[in-house]
Design a protein around this ligand. Structure first.
Ligand code: MN
Length: 255
């Protein structure tokens, strides 16, 4: 099995090394990751300048750094290394839970692979200060569990410190933890930090709920963002203005 590893924290992240070393037990591994940190870049692609890749010495790993985003790295990695079977992204230095999934470069790297037709898993840990050596057996166990199943194309996995077990979850969405905080720079000018506020209430069965209970959260994601309930109502109440055009009401996911 050919396994491509990427992330959004940059190629020198300890989380990436931990993930790549676990992946070596599952197949042939290549690292293609951003040359600098690209956290919160989401699914940005570089379309206005060329990309390059450089072989990067990393003990025991075949690694390349790219002057681009996480999505660029996966697209370029899969272009240069044919027949990739699996893309793993992370381990991110911080959770990607709930609405943070929208901002995450870690999840976007996995999503890029799914768009290209290859199964992918994003891994995130609680923070930069976790003991990655201690998480490795849990990452290995999670991979063993999910890789047995062929119908799990895109997964978002969040691993707490000292996990108590594994839980399949849905993405928490009711609460948004992004917040703009104003401040002053040393010259007295207004500046703003985009930061995260802690969320008190979490939905049962959600990704936030699972990690709060000390469990590894595994959330299956899909590429179709359509709100089916709203679409159904709109079609019923508003109709379709195109004569003779009869849209299918069914979601058609790729197999
Ligand atoms: Mn990151």
């Amino acid at each position: 099995m050919r396994i491509l590893i990427s992330n959004d924290d940059g190629i020198y992240s300890p989380g990436l090394r931990a993930l790549a070393e676990v992946a070596l037990d599952f197949g042939e591994v290549r690292v293609v990751a951003p040359d600098v940190e690209q956290s919160s870049m989401s699914h940005a692609i570089t379309s206005s300048r060329p990309l390059w890749h450089r072989h990067t010495p990393m003990p025991g790993l075949d690694a390349y750094r790219v002057n681009g985003t996480p999505a660029d790295c996966v697209a370029l990695g899969m272009f240069l290394w044919k027949d990739v079977d699996l893309v793993l992204s992370g381990i991110n230095l911080g959770y990607n839970l709930g609405n943070a999934t929208w901002h995450s470069g870690t999840v976007a790297a996995a999503k890029q692979a799914a768009l290209l037709g290859t199964r992918a898993i994003a891994f995130s840990a609680a923070s930069a200060s976790v003991n990655f050596a201690g998480l490795r057996p849990w990452v290995r166990r999670t991979l063993e569990e999910v890789l047995k199943e062929k119908h799990l194309p895109l997964l978002n996995v969040n691993v707490p410190e000292n996990p108590q077990g594994t839980c399949w979850t849905r993405q928490s969405f009711r609460h948004y933890d992004g917040k703009v905080v104003p401040a002053k720079d040393p010259y007295g000018s207004d500046i703003y930090w985009f930061t995260v506020i802690p969320i008190e209430d979490v939905e049962d069965g959600s990704d936030r709920w699972a990690v709060r209970k000390g469990h590894i959260s595994i959330t299956p994601l899909r590429l179709d963002l359509t709100d089916d309930a709203v679409l159904e109502k709109a079609r019923t109440h508003l109709g379709c203005t195109s004569n003779g055009l009869k849209p299918s009401a069914q979601r058609t996911e790729p197999k």
